[in-house]
Write a protein that binds this ligand. Sequence first.
Ligand SMILES: [Zn+2]
Length: 435
Amino acid sequence: MIRLHDTMAREKRPFVPVNRERITMYVCGPTVYGRAHIGNARPAVVFDTLARLIRHEFGANSLVYARNVTDVDDKIIAAAQAEGVEPEVITERYERFYLEDMGALGVRPPDIAPHATREIGPMVAMIQRLIELGHAYEAQGHVLFAVPSDPDYGVLSRRDREAMIAGARVEVAPYKRDPADFVLWKPSPDGVIGWDSPWGRGRPGWHIECSAMIRAHLGETIDVHGGGLDLIFPHHENEIAQSRCAHGGLPLARYWVHNGFVDMGAEKMSKSLGNIITPAELLAQGHKGETLRLALLSAHYRQPLPWTEALVSQAKATLDGLYRAAGDAEPADVDSGVLEALSDDLNTPLALSRLSALDGGTLKASAQLLGLLQVSGDEWFQGGADADAIEGRIAERAEAKNNRDFATADRIRDELKADGIILEDGPGGTTWRRE
Ligand SMILES: [Zn+2]
């Protein structure tokens, strides 16, 4: 029996899906305007691990996992303007990088990856419904959600009204009836990405994207909704309000699961603080994707994770030991102690300590449930540049080419060639082979 900590209930609850044959999970995905940092990778790895556990428990085809791609956003528009390109040049580039970086960490792609720009219809329909029901209103080309129309607003974050207004850093805007009201739709001036709508040409707010895409792909109530702790307020609070009000009071999700931050010293890792370190950089330094994955799973997902060089070297040493203990055995049955630890609210530190007492096929199968020991021992210990590092370098080179920095792109190709790695550019991207 899996138990999950549910942020709504403030406690661990037995995980009982509505339909064991179609379990639904949605995780808020990346806004694609820059390279993901290791803090962004944590939810991808945590929810990938939860997906593996659910599939182990309920069956390989039991889960529908959706993770969205936010590909329309003010930061994307600003990045596109700064480079003098269309927004999709930015979003396609960084989505590709995101998938490459997460792939290197052993994160399987979700079953569904809805893109905001392709789901404007369902968003407009949900906004119209909220207006009809008196939960939203149009003002000066904007549509806003009327927070006072929802008596249950704040149920997830349990903030009082003053804290919510302060926490949302709500802009004073003359078109808002209430300072806590939030944007569902906003106008796009000429030259800025936008779509025709009943309220003029514009674009969606961020929160409505997830509500509309969950409804379109998974249903009105899903089993698990996940994301980082920082999304509880306002993003998830707003998703809940929109969906519940549009769906006659039905809850949006039955379990709310939130991961803690990766921090650098005293501060949370964040782009705005400028203290980020990316998987691409770590891979380019020669660290393997599995090492980074184990480092990310070494703390319980709800706890903060301080990112240090010692953490990475410890993870590498642990994996060396596990690969030696597994030998070249074929995966056997998963160890009951490892399964028990993971089933207890994804207790990965306990699961990892239990792995260290195992060997052979049991170790291999149990580690693979955490997305570890995915290659052969020979491949793990072989000398020379390893695949993840090469992929990281290829990704760096692609970014350089996108930035028209051909000198850097050529230098990366030459450096890899010196290591005996040949790159081949094709219509589907760059592949590599050993000389
Ligand atoms: Zn979301």
